[in-house]
Write a new protein. Structure first.
Length: 257
């Protein structure tokens, strides 16, 4: 459902290639199983049902689903089947809480609104936001969604880190959704909707380690656009997922090294 710069559908292959060429210390390697790509279709509803079905099968086996987008509509399906007591953490430049956009109600700008209509979460936190409308802020307030802006992170990182840590401490399970446009375009130029004033990769990785330190219910990374990327976006996206899994591997038997 890309609205500005289409091309995120090519990201899964691009991210796999990047992951094979991104070197990490051997003692920090994590075991992963690649289930391949879901067959593409022009129907958003069909794709969402396919994602839901796969995520449900993975979680029923006691494993952690890792979903590679694509754009952020993916999370509407990927996060809908996680445990009801899981905290939902979203790294994103946008709130994605519009009711409708370009005459459609299910797309990358509305997916979170559709998700909170579909099911309840004990807590939702959006980190790194800097592009939103009054309509979205009202929806966030009505649904008690916490927002930590990129401006807060860039100017008061220590306080933000402590705030996030305090929120996470109240939950045993966390689902983490990473829209790579949370990063400043200097670090992630290859995205669908770049927004100036983003956070740095170092801040992102530190916060990911904090929110993923409990039992990880799932993780996704979205909005990488290889058509506009020279490698920075994909490298940071792959490493972000890696940091989430590594943090979880120290506390959960679901993720093993």
């Amino acid at each position: 459902t890309a609205s500005y710069r289409p091309g995120s559908r090519f990201a899964p292959t691009f991210l796999r290639i990047m992951s094979e060429n991104l070197e990490v210390p051997e003692e920090r390697l994590i075991k992963l199983v690649d289930l391949g790509d879901l067959p593409l279709t022009n129907s958003v509803e069909v794709m969402l049902r396919r994602v839901e079905a796969v995520v449900e099968k993975i979680t029923m086996k006691g494993k952690v689903p890792v979903a590679l987008g694509g754009e952020h509509t993916l999370t509407l399906a990927a996060a809908s089947k996680i445990p009801k007591d899981a905290l939902l953490i979203i790294f994103d430049a946008h709130l994605d809480l519009r009711d409708e956009y370009m005459d459609t109600r299910v797309n990358h700008t509305t997916w979170l609104r559709r998700l909170v209509e579909k099911r309840k979460f004990p807590e939702i936190v959006i980190i790194g936001a800097r592009a939103y409308t009054r309509e979205e802020l009202k929806c966030a307030e009505e649904n008690e969604i916490k927002i930590i802006t990129s401006l807060e992170i860039n100017e008061y990182f220590r306080e933000c880190r402590e705030k996030v840590s305090k929120i996470v401490s109240g939950f045993d399970k966390t689902y983490v959704s990473i829209d790579i446009d949370v990063l400043d375009p200097a670090y992630a130029p290859g995205v669908g909707n770049p927004e100036p004033g983003g956070i740095t990769p170092i801040h992102l990785f530190q916060l990911i380690r904090i929110v993923s330190g409990k039992e990880l219910a799932g993780v996704d990374v979205v909005e990488v656009n290889p058509l506009f990327d020279s490698g920075e976006s994909a490298a940071n996206a792959v490493y972000a997922v890696y940091e989430a899994l590594l943090a979880a591997s120290t506390t959960s038997s679901q993720v093993s090294r």
